[in-house]
Design a protein around this ligand. Structure first.
Ligand SMILES: Cc1cc2nc3c(=O)[nH]c(=O)nc-3n(C[C@H](O)[C@H](O)[C@H](O)COP(=O)(O)OP(=O)(O)OC[C@H]3O[C@@H](n4cnc5c(N)ncnc54)[C@H](O)[C@@H]3O)c2cc1C
Length: 422
């Protein structure tokens, strides 16, 4: 078997690691010119399958938490804090030996997943030809590759890119027929915090926090992107979202609003939040507001044809990130597909089709359920009414003890204790 993988994101690289472990021949192609071509995102929670990943990946992989945790160099557990107006204390989920959670910084995660994987950069798939004998992909630069199976791990894609994606080949449908706009207007900000302000954010939730109230009419969270090497400062990000069915209209105010206008809107919106939940918004300079309009789309497919082309991850089931499950299901797809591929060696086309059909059925049902429940979270908590079920990182939220900000870094390995006290 020779496997072609289109896309060196989470799914493509995880599959490549599984194939490396099984000594199965593969090539992996990425449209980006280099690892630095695009911002990889902030942080992602990996949970529930950490042991399975370890077993599925080669033995030379460094420890996941050591290599990727966004809290490094601090030795704090990944933790998501949830706050409710009128209810004292906080709820949340947290990394524990019984239920491990690694909150991975996205760039570190990609580097970890790329270990010993010969990614072919600057290879954008533009055409796919499939026959009973093999599959041929052609790249934008005119080159091509031939294999027994093509795995489309090319993500949700931009609407423009969809025209060229592997999913387009499989379904013969355009983006607007497949992707569903999530009726949510979002403003995203990034800010550097240090000293006491940094500690106050960690105290709300080491990894992220949410102040949840359907009555507010908006949904907000503050998250840690990563701690800086000094251990006393970090890069943070936040999102403020409001239910808005008109978000894709070309004349929607967010399409043209300046960074200053967006920040002013955010500050007015959050003005009634308790001060500790306003701080991250108020500390953000207008230059920290993401200039582009952020439109969430999700994707649910009923079926896929079975043959020599198969999908993993967002290409098959893109979802909103509010339950933190998109990457989780992508990794499960990769591990399950690798197991399917192991059994295909020397098999005839009909047997390959049967095995791929089995993989597709499980993947689409599991992924579809996750797409629907992730959509449900945002409509309920961002002004759609009702109380959403409190699940994060596949765990039900439970009461979490509160640690004062002044004590949050006690006993931590930091560059200089003097800096920490400052
Ligand atoms: C803001 C945000 C926060 C998120 N937070 C979480 C979280 O906390 N937990 C979680 O589980 N999930 C989260 N997700 C979802 C998660 O990021 C995705 O589910 C996951 O990245 C999907 O992996 P993938 O490999 O399918 O796609 P991607 O990671 O998008 O990778 C696709 C790759 O394919 C490449 N590509 C595209 N087209 C082509 C082409 N034609 N030829 C060659 N290469 C191509 C792309 O450049 C890219 O590198 C979040 C998503 C977002 C947007």
């Amino acid at each position: 078997m020779h496997i072609l993988i289109s896309g060196a994101g989470l799914g493509g690289l995880a599959l490549a690691q599984c194939l490396r472990k099984q000594n199965i021949s593969y090539e992996i192609f990425e449209r980006d010119e280099s690892p630095d071509a695009r911002f990889q995102g902030w942080a992602i929670a990996i949970h529930s399958i950490i042991g399975e990943l370890k077993d599925s990946f080669p033995d030379d992989m460094p420890d996941l938490k050591e290599a990727t945790s966004h809290l490094k160099p601090l030795d704090l557990p990944a933790q998501m804090g949830l706050y409710f107006p009128g209810r004292p204390g906080r709820m949340g989920v947290e990394d524990s030996p019984e239920m491990p959670i690694v909150r991975a910084e996205r760039r570190r995660l990609r580097d970890w997943l790329s270990r010993e994987i010969p990614i072919q950069w600057g290879k954008r798939v533009v055409d796919v030809q499939e026959s009973e004998k093999h599959v041929v992909v052609t790249f934008e630069d005119g080159s091509s590759a031939t294999g027994d199976l093509l795995v489309g791990a090319d993500g949700i894609n931009s609407v423009a890119d969809l025209v060229r994606s592997v999913r387009k080949h499989l379904l013969q449908k355009e983006a607007h027929d497949l992707l569903k706009v999530v009726p949510l207007a979002a403003i995203v900000g990034e800010v550097e915090l240090s000293g006491e302000a940094f500690k106050r954010q960690l105290a709300l939730g080491h990894s992220l926090w949410m102040y949840m109230s359907p009555d507010l009419g908006f949904f907000n969270f503050g998250g840690l992107h990563k701690v800086h090497p000094d251990g006393v400062s970090g890069r943070h990000y936040w999102m403020l979202m409001r239910r808005d069915p008109n978000v894709v209209e070309p004349d929607h105010w967010l399409q043209t609003a300046s960074q200053e206008e967006k920040l002013a809107h955010v500050l007015e919106t959050v003005q009634d939040l308790p001060p500790k939940f306003r701080e991250i918004f108020e500390a953000t300079p207008s230059s920290g507001i993401r200039p582009t309009a952020h439109i969430w789309r999700d994707l649910e497919l009923d079926s896929l044809p079975a043959g020599r082309v198969v999908l993993v991850g967002d290409a098959a089931h893109a979802m909103t990130p509010f339950r933190g499950e998109g990457g989780f299901h992508t990794l499960i797809d990769a591990m399950k597909l690798a197991k399917t591929i192991v059994g295909l060696e020397g098999k005839a086309f009909e047997e390959i089709k049967t095995a791929v059909a089995g993989y597709n059925a499980e993947m689409l049902e599991r992924g579809g359920n996750a797409v629907r429940s992730s959509r449900d979270v945002q409509t309920k908590s961002a002004g759609g009414g009702g109380q959403s079920k409190l699940v994060s990182a596949n765990q039900f939220a439970k009461p979490l003890p509160e640690v004062p900000a002044a004590d949050i870094l006690k006993g931590q390995k930091i560059a200089s204790p003097l800096v920490a006290q400052a």
